[in-house]
Design a binder for this molecule. Sequence first.
Ligand SMILES: Cc1cc2nc3c(=O)[nH]c(=O)nc-3n(C[C@H](O)[C@H](O)[C@H](O)COP(=O)(O)OP(=O)(O)OC[C@H]3O[C@@H](n4cnc5c(N)ncnc54)[C@H](O)[C@@H]3O)c2cc1C
Length: 547
Amino acid sequence: MDFVQTAPVLGNQYRDDRVLHAYLERALPREVHAAIAKDLDELGAHAATAWAAARARTPSEPVLTQWDAWGNRVDQIETTPVWRHGAELATRYGLVAAGHETTHGAHARTDQFARVYLHHIASEFYTCPLAMSDGAATALKASGNRTLIERALPHLLSRDSATLWLSGQWMTETVGGSDVGNTETTACRDADGRWCLHGRKWFTSAVTGEMALTLARPEGTDALALFYLETRDSGGRWNGICVDRLKDKLGTRELPSAEIRLDGALAEPVGELAHGVRLIAPMLNMTRTWNAVCALATMRRCLALAFEYARRRHAFGRALIEQPLHRATLASLQAELEAAFQLVFFVPELLGRVETGTASPEERALLRVLTPLAKLWTGKLAVRIASEACEAFGGAGYIENTGIPQLLRDAQVYPIWEGTTNVLALDVLRALGANGVDSVITAADALLGEAGDDRHGVRASLSAACDWLATHSAHRDALEAGARGLALTLARCFAAALLARHAAWAERERGDARARAALAIFAGHGLTRLSSSAMDAVATLADNDDP
Ligand SMILES: Cc1cc2nc3c(=O)[nH]c(=O)nc-3n(C[C@H](O)[C@H](O)[C@H](O)COP(=O)(O)OP(=O)(O)OC[C@H]3O[C@@H](n4cnc5c(N)ncnc54)[C@H](O)[C@@H]3O)c2cc1C
């Protein structure tokens, strides 16, 4: 009989995730971890059943119907079956609400993003509008606009699917997504003094949502203002919005991303007309944080599947996981994931402190720099790891209904939306300029201090980054040309420092050497990869995956 390879099986993604478990044990008070463990366990179980269910059905995509049988313009979007349950799961597990609730104090954001991390892949990118809804809630709170806060926040933060609202973030136009200063959408007042928007938004990923925050230029001014609008009127009709078409995309195909026209859409300014970009900044910081957590979730899914498959699949007389080169390959990817995990989850940790007023000025400055750093580095890393995951499955990794190609196609969105790698690298330069490089280096140093002697060249790289900035600070073009290299170096330095801190804790508190092994591999480069200690680290990391 012909041999038939068994497919990889995904277990409960909470129970099986050693890195998440150890992190939550370290970062959360015992009672907070205990209080959220049941929800995380259910999300972990759902992740596994959703993966199996997706393999068993024909993929579906949203469909736009622009006209009804009688010639009326209707612009109805039928979403996928998973999306139709999106609100129910999002509210049951508080995927947005948990980040704003006060029960767990400064740990609210860590709780929330553990949930998002576990649910993202199963959600078919329903997390995209959830991210924007969280961003809208955060931006409205920061604006201090009481009317809009009272109107929208109970919906955005609802724990009831019947009252949940999703928000869009409509910025990108045909003239540009990075350079929103070119925005062509105009705002003018009608005879009743209400603001009406006219223009074309080129990418709107949550046109199915109930509201949006969007940029427009009030007529007769140079200002770019932030407006709040509701997509439908009280009778359920579109609020001066036409959906021109849905985008035909490389990935995220379940997510309805639309091109729309605003033709007199009624809207309200969120704050002072001149400060649109400043007012939308809190929203962007939130969506960038979601992006980093979702990129991390993709990496984790890729490696969970690749390790599982490597135990099932045999070549040259033994399981792939026993082939020294295959296990070293997977171990090096796992090391990148573990470092990225520590950096990404440090951002909600800081955010929680800032939002509850318990952060130091240094922590505030650090959050400003680490948010774009985490987003830009993990966006690129997710694509690399998803590509390696395809290869780790051999030919099967190229076959659609294994589910592996979709992970790669979907991953390619992380470096693009919410600011491309270059745009975020330039943002890091701005953040360093505003907060001073020294405070950032001091913060990294403090993290390393906690990590004992495990410094792995991080200090040398940080001081090289400082020297580079000092040398080029007067040469804007040279500074910009090197911004990506600088940002990636800083991201890896912080990730190494945070992983070192975690590794010291894991050894001390749990007698677990795997985080330290991950650090040795992550920080190793060039010929050090061939040292015997590097090979020992591979064995430590690849041989034992007990949570
Ligand atoms: C699936 C998907 C969904 C999306 N959903 C939304 C949405 O809901 N709302 C929304 O507003 N947008 C959305 N976008 C748009 C996205 O945010 C933009 O595509 C992105 O910000 C880039 O803008 P752009 O496409 O105009 O590219 P450009 O701005 O034209 O950039 C092209 C290239 O130039 C580089 N570049 C630009 N400026 C500089 C510079 N100064 N220095 C160096 N390099 C530079 C960029 O890094 C990029 O590589 C979505 C995009 C995708 C793919």
